[in-house]
Design a protein around this ligand. Structure first.
Ligand code: ADP
Ligand code: MG
Length: 329
């Protein structure tokens, strides 16, 4: 089973940023209001994610490191409409198989927390939770990623590059949940400190903190509705266009996705207002009936399949086009 976990890890854990993403998604699933992410050496030495969510019951602690021990899906019907981010029960065992992992957690009705260390033997039946002091919530610490899989470790880039991937992962998560606070520290230095947003000016501030003031000031907040869908977010003005398509964030029902149909629809809307070889910049949130999308096409869940791609494409192309026309040159 250790080997199975290491193989599964290849799918889930590509680099430190994937660990940050999985642990942070777990914190969000646990209804955390604030998430603190500390990394050392680009995450290669240490990744620690602490949340103030509902915690893990002591009898579930060791179980959480077991394959397919998700607490989030109870029957097949739920697969259709999952709103939680993780539901396969693979992340923790996969990460534990290729690192030294510790979980400490405490639920609100406990006097103190408990900790388990997966170490080199995540399936060890001897794993006994030890009492520790811990606030309500969960802290997962991942040390020495890929220490036991040198082949994978070799593929990691410089601390700086790995950190950039982590920053991008946190940026995406922070753009998906304005109601949650995120802090990112590297080597004890604070890189990002975002409080939960209360109002429009907070939201604008978070946008600037995450994507730069250039985009924040050269974009328009929009809310569009039609064909059973709702689109909100920020459309970059033509002046915010870029030579790279690197500022294009598109969320479907709260989940960041890459979708060619949607990207094409949006590009179509911008077609007449952009210079050649420029890409539109945008942060957009599409809300659509969950039964109209299949989010399960890829294990990393970055892709979706729309049941009716044509309607989505048409909606985006037309409504964004109209909005841009109204905003003027
Ligand atoms: P999944 O998220 O797909 O269920 P994971 O391997 O990521 O699988 O996590 C396994 C289980 O451990 C989760 O289903 C959840 O019950 C528990 N868990 C993990 N992280 C946290 C956390 N930060 N807070 C509360 N529970 C957690
Ligand atoms: Mg998970």
């Amino acid at each position: 089973e250790q080997l199975i976990n290491q193989i599964a890890a290849g799918e889930v854990v590509e680099r430190p940023a994937s660990v940050v993403k999985e642990l942070t998604e777990n914190a969000l699933d646990a209804a955390a209001q604030r998430i603190l992410i500390d990394v050392e050496r680009g995450g290669k030495q240490r990744i620690r994610v602490q949340d103030d969510g509902h915690g893990i019951a002591v009898e579930q602690l060791a179980l959480a490191l077991r394959r397919h021990a998700t607490s989030k899906i109870y029957n097949l019907d739920e697969l259709e409409s999952v709103s939680s981010l993780g539901f396969r029960g693979e992340a923790l065992p996969s990460i534990a198989a290729v690192s030294r992992l510790t979980i400490a957690s405490r639920q609100a009705d406990s006097e103190h927390g408990h900790q388990v260390r997966a170490g080199d033997a995540p399936d060890d039946d001897q794993m006994q939770p030890k009492p520790v002091a811990h606030p309500v919530g969960t802290t997962v610490t991942v040390d020495d990623l890929f220490f036991n899989t040198p082949g994978r470790r070799k593929f990691l880039r410089t601390d700086r590059t790995e950190l950039q991937h982590i920053q991008e992962a946190v940026r995406r998560l922070a753009l998906s949940r304005f109601d949650v606070g995120f802090t990112l520290n590297h080597q004890g230095r604070c890189l990002l400190n975002l409080a939960p947003t209360q109002d429009e000016s907070d939201r604008q501030q978070r946008l600037a903190d995450l994507l730069g003031s250039e985009f924040a000031t050269h974009s328009a907040n929009v809310e569009l509705e039609g064909a059973g869908m709702r689109l909100s977010g920020w459309l970059g003005l033509p002046t915010a266009a870029r030579r790279q398509g690197d500022l294009q964030y598109f969320f479907v029902n709260g989940r960041l996705v890459r979708d060619r149909t949607a990207a094409h629809g949006i590009r179509q809307a911008y077609k007449d207002v952009l210079y050649r070889d420029h890409y539109p910049a945008y942060v957009l949130y599409l809300e659509i009936d969950p039964t109209q999308v299949d989010v399960n096409v890829h294990p990393m869940k970055h892709e979706v399949r729309f049941r009716d791609g044509r309607t989505v494409h048409g909606f985006l192309a037309q409504r964004i086009g109209e909005a841009l026309a109204m905003l003027g040159p």
